[in-house]
Design a protein around this ligand. Structure first.
Ligand code: NG1
Ligand code: ZN
Length: 583
């Protein structure tokens, strides 16, 4: 169309970018935005093929989540609303790295053949969304061109949305349900409102929650969506004060702000200060699929053992202690709430991590974590809550897959990405039970309603609506945490004391080729080079409660190091020693 814009030229789209090797990774393709038009175009072709193959809608999101603003990325949503099925990731890698337009066309033919897609007769629908990055619009254009490269494809441009909103829309579309942003808000809010009516009676302690939640929006898409959520909720119990909205006077996206920054650096985000001591705070990431809570306290210097959890930064970190409530803490809060509801239903431990409920049988409740989960959380879930814990490699696609096997699968990465997945048969049972109103038993004078059980069922049903059932979602996560805190009538401090995290340290190491490191056993061990694991083992052995592992990042060009020990200084020393072995 002659305006000379690179993305407006399909020929350029399929042009080769020599030397670039892209991997679909933990969260799609990510790179500096200027490298991406062709990558997005090709990934969009795959979204169209997947839609044709499944005869369902698929989704494509242009985002690089918590990465710096100069980056962008693309990831696909499968018809279920979850991540692209893993078998197709290989197609994505091959398409994006095809070295000529001929090779690319041949590959499309090969995929179509293998998947039984007739290229002359395709049809499908792809929902496209983007985060607030300035490069987003241009890349959405590239996506539209890629989708239209196959005949009969319909593109629905959802505009600026959070990643989880787009996934939710794909899921709703394929369930034949209303799937607009309005419907999304209405759905999660209906669960929130129902839960709010099922709160135990108010008492004086409720005061701790009367303050609005102070949210760091990471200068990204989550900020505006949260304000929208609040105005739609129209209830006094849900009030936010949002900072780092990405407006004039705010800093750049993800720069010293956001859930990834707070979780990894353990420092208050920009625009937070001593003024905020004691307030209930939360932070979301750049595409609003991660959530952490935190509160600030005046630093009780060195001598206090509680103070050792704070990492001292040169900035506010030296004056403030940040108490982090990460994904592990959210998982525990949710697991505890669910266990309490099952107790109200009269559930008995079956000795195998299951809870046996009359009328249903064994309800398998499981918590899925990665190696990054703090050891203290795992111990609490197993020993105090008596629930099953499963460990998978990093990346929600792995956690999600594992969670599907439970009646209630709670999965969270330590970084705050996660959700609660309700199994179809258990959910159907809950819904039936609620509709029939037959909670109780036959007494001498007729049927006696078990009010406690009735309320517990209603709470679980409400929870299943409030939690985005497609993917982890910071907005839905805030509704989850706020609801449970209201139910518990307590604030962050009490939640934080459920268990005490083991001190930990995360760091990143730049290496020439991070893929030289291959891991095994859900990333807890290095498979090759094998001498590296021996070195790591020797370092771990030096510290009490020492645990450590390394793995190549799927989203950044670094090797990540994680270390945990009884003392913060030990965790730091362990991480440093291991980093030196990698360099
Ligand atoms: P990588 O860069 O592969 O570690 C990070 C997170 C993942 C996941 C993805 C996608 C950590 C240690 N890793 O992956 O858990 O959330 O980003 O956003 O937090
Ligand atoms: Zn994200």
């Amino acid at each position: 169309d002659g305006d000379g814009d690179m993305t407006n030229d399909v020929v350029t789209m399929i042009m080769v970018m020599e030397g670039s090797q892209f991997f679909y990774g933990t969260a799609g393709f990510r790179a500096e935005a200027h490298l991406l038009p062709s990558v997005v175009f090709r990934t969009a072709v795959l979204a169209a093929l997947r839609s044709a193959k499944t005869r369902s809608a698929t989704g494509l999101v242009v985002t690089a989540s918590h990465n710096p603003i100069k980056d962008n990325g693309v990831k696909l949503a499968d018809p279920s609303g979850g991540m692209l099925c893993m078998e197709w990731e290989e197609y994505a890698d091959r398409l994006v790295n095809a070295q000529s337009s001929l090779a690319l066309c041949e590959l499309v033919g090969e995929i179509a053949d293998r998947e039984g897609i007739s290229l002359g007769d395709t049809g499908g629908r792809i929902l496209v969304g983007r985060d607030t990055r300035p490069s987003g619009m241009e890349l959405v254009d590239a996506a539209k061109k890629g989708i239209s490269a196959l005949p009969g494809m319909e593109v629905l441009d959802m505009g600026v949305v959070s990643t989880p909103q787009l996934h939710w829309m794909v899921q709703a579309t394929n369930r034949g349900e209303p799937a607009t942003e309005d419907d999304y808000f209405a759905d999660i809010l209906s669960g929130y409102r129902e839960l709010a009516t099922l709160k135990p009676t108010r008492d004086a302690r409720q005061k701790v929650l009367e303050d609005p939640l102070l949210v760091d929006g990471s200068n990204g898409v989550g900020a505006a969506k949260l304000i929208d959520l609040q105005s739609r909720a129209g209830v006094s119990s849900l009030r936010f004060e949002v900072r780092n909205k990405g407006e004039e006077g705010d800093g750049p996206l993800n720069d010293g702000v956001g859930a990834d920054f707070v979780q990894k650096e353990r420092l208050p985000p920009a625009k937070f200060s001593e003024q905020d001591i004691g307030r209930r705070c939360a932070s979301v990431d750049g595409d609003a699929d991660r959530l952490v809570y935190f509160y600030l306290e005046k630093n009780q210097k060195s001598d206090s053992p509680g103070g050792q959890m704070a990492v001292q930064g040169d900035y506010l970190g030296s004056r403030l202690t940040l108490h982090l409530l990460d994904g592990d803490k959210i998982a525990v809060l949710a697991a505890l709430f669910i266990s309490q509801q099952l107790e109200e239903l009269g559930a008995k431990d079956d000795g195998n991590g299951g809870k046996s409920v009359v009328g249903y049988g064994t309800v398998r409740v499981g918590v899925v974590q990665t190696a990054y989960a703090n050891g203290a959380s795992t111990k609490y879930i197993k020993e105090v809550l008596g629930l099953e814990v499963a460990v998978t490699p990093t990346g929600v696609k792995h956690l999600h897959e594992k969670a599907v096997g439970f009646d209630i699968g709670i999965y969270f990465e330590a970084n705050g990405h996660g959700m609660i997945l309700f199994g179809a048969s258990f959910l159907a049972w809950l819904n039936k039970k609620q509709a029939s109103g037959d909670c109780g038993r036959e007494g001498d004078d007729g049927f006696i309603t078990d009010r406690k059980a009735e309320v517990a069922i209603a709470r679980l049903v409400a929870l299943s609506k409030l939690v985005n059932q497609a993917v982890g979602d910071a907005l839905s996560g805030i509704l989850l945490v706020e609801s449970i805190l209201q139910y518990r009538q307590s604030g962050l401090h009490e939640w934080n004391t459920l268990y005490k995290d083991l001190p930990s340290r995360q760091s990143k190491v730049m290496v020439p080729d991070r893929r030289q490191i291959v891991t095994k056993d859900a990333e807890t061990k290095v498979a090759s080079p094998d001498v590296l694991q021996q070195l790591i083992d020797l370092e771990i052995a030096k510290y009490k409660h020492g645990r450590a592992f390394v793995r190549p990042s799927g989203t950044e060009d670094v090797v990540r190091v994680y270390a945990e020990a009884e003392q913060q200084t030990d965790a730091d020393a362990l991480a440093n020693a291991i980093a030196r072995h990698i360099r």
